[in-house]
Design a protein around this ligand. Sequence first.
Ligand SMILES: [Zn+2]
Length: 57
Amino acid sequence: MTKAHKLDCESVSDTCRFIIQSENQEEAVELAQKHMKEVHGTELTAEELQSDHLQVV
Ligand SMILES: [Zn+2]
């Protein structure tokens, strides 16, 4: 089975239900960074996202 990289924004924010799921880790990180910046005004590095927020499912 292929692994997917997932960001569940609920783990970061109480109000946001945004979920990113991609089999491509780079894409997942890119989308997550964009979402965090545009919606939450938070700039996270790829490393921070990967270690703190992205799950492999
Ligand atoms: Zn969000």
